[in-house]
Design a protein around this ligand. Structure first.
Ligand SMILES: Cc1ncc(COP(=O)(O)O)c(C=O)c1O
Length: 382
């Protein structure tokens, strides 16, 4: 009866990152530089508060939008980015993944177009397609991986419903400056177009403070900000994300969220409350370490002769491998087979990622050094 499976579901694919990760797991004794989650343990005080929540029987459903006190804490937390939302403009979700899904399903319908940069995190396109909408990629390989106002302008049509701004970027680590965000804001100021700003890496920006397009007053009404605790507090398994949006959006998004999952996991919400109340600085320690690693990995790649953009956020770096004359998949596979180092082929991030590889530096310095030594030996042998 497989022919009866929803056609759109049949057509979407498991993400290329997962596919490669599954392939890597078949090889023994490999150094993996593939993972997209912090290598730090969840801070102890957050784990303790989770246990306490269990012991205190905090195991029932919560309000669909999440615990009121958690939304209040989230509201305070993001005010540091000049983002101001009331509790009814916040929905606690099961990870940023569900926040993206719920948001896109709230605003998209058949025939809509969604503009997004390529290369890009592979979590958006399948949802756009499931909604019957069309992803419209903007090739950002020649603009330091930045989605610019000029590039967006070329792709705007009367069907454009949303622009996805996924910065700091997975897989490139690139961020947009205040001016670059302002130019995009000006472009859509008088247009009925939503911005979905995925800011899951907002706590991991290295050389200057994080900027959000939703902090521009005339854009806030069109913006949906996605955030969460997976990356900032090393809480990927807790599955806590947030939607911040004007109430005319959240009052509809809450229905999508309700029928999908009722509410985010209750004990995780208590963990999140602790993270945002007493762990506002937890990410600083991790950030300092990532910054050191970023500098190290970048310097090493430059010395090896790679062309590479210096990342300013998240924990990925995306060097070009085009000069080696092979596909990113072949490069990654050969590297894996000959030197036992795993990286993610750029093609996992749309066709615009071809010619690149993604290296994650969410690994200890020792692992990074070993991995990079092997990559160096590999490229010398080519
Ligand atoms: C850009 C981006 N958005 C969203 C997510 C999903 O985050 P979560 O684990 O909170 O669902 C990821 C995870 O890697 C990501 O890189």
């Amino acid at each position: 009866m497989e022919h009866l499976i929803n056609k759109r579901v049949k057509e979407i694919e498991i993400s290329g990152i997962r596919k490669f990760y599954n392939l890597v797991s078949q090889y023994k004794d490999t150094i993996s530089l593939t993972i997209g989650q912090p290598d730090f343990p969840t801070p102890q005080h957050i784990k303790d508060s989770t246990k306490l929540a269990l012991d205190n029987n905090k195991t029932a459903y919560t309000h669909n939008a999440g615990l009121l006190e958690l939304r209040t804490a989230a509201k305070k937390f993001i005010s540091k980015y000049n983002l101001y939302y009331d509790e009814d403009e916040i929905i606690v979700t099961n990870g940023a993944s569900e926040a993206i899904d719920t948001s896109l399903r709230t605003i998209l319908e058949e025939g809509c177009e969604v503009i997004l940069p390529g290369p890009v995190y592979p979590g958006y396109e399948p949802i756009i397609r499931l909604c019957g909408a069309k992803p419209v990629y903007v090739d950002v390989r020649d603009s330091s991986f930045k989605l610019t106002a000029n590039k967006i302008k070329e792709k705007l049509t009367s069907n454009t419903r949303c622009i996805i701004l996924p910065y700091p970027s997975n897989p490139t680590g690139v961020v947009l400056s205040k001016d670059e965000l302002y130019d995009i804001a000006q472009l859509i100021k008088d247009k009925d177009i939503f911005i979905l700003s995925d800011e899951i890496y907002s706590e991991l920006v290295y050389d200057y403070p994080h900027n959000s397009i939703a902090s521009i007053d005339f854009i806030k009404n069109k913006a949906i900000v996605i955030n969460g605790l997976s990356k900032s507090h090393s809480m990927t398994g807790f599955r806590i994300g947030f939607i911040f949006a004007p109430s005319y959006i959240t009052k509809h998004a809450i229905k999508v969220h309700q029928y999908n999952s009722t509410c985010a996991c209750t004990i995780s919400q208590y963990a999140a409350l602790e993270a945002l109340t007493n762990g506002a600085d937890d990410s600083l320690v991790m950030k300092l370490e990532y910054k050191k690693r970023r500098d190290y990995v970048y310097e090493r790649l430059i010395k090896m002769g790679f062309e590479v953009e210096k990342p300013n956020g998240a924990f990925y770096i995306f060097p070009s491998i085009s000069k080696f004359g092979m596909s990113s998949f072949d490069f990654a596979l050969k590297l894996l087979e000959s030197k036992k180092v795993a990286v993610v082929p750029g093609s996992a991030f749309s066709i615009y990622g071809e010619g690149f590889i993604r290296i994650s530096y969410a690994y200890s310095m020792d692992v990074l050094e070993d991995g990079l030594n092997r990559i160096e030996q590999f490229v010398k042998s080519l």
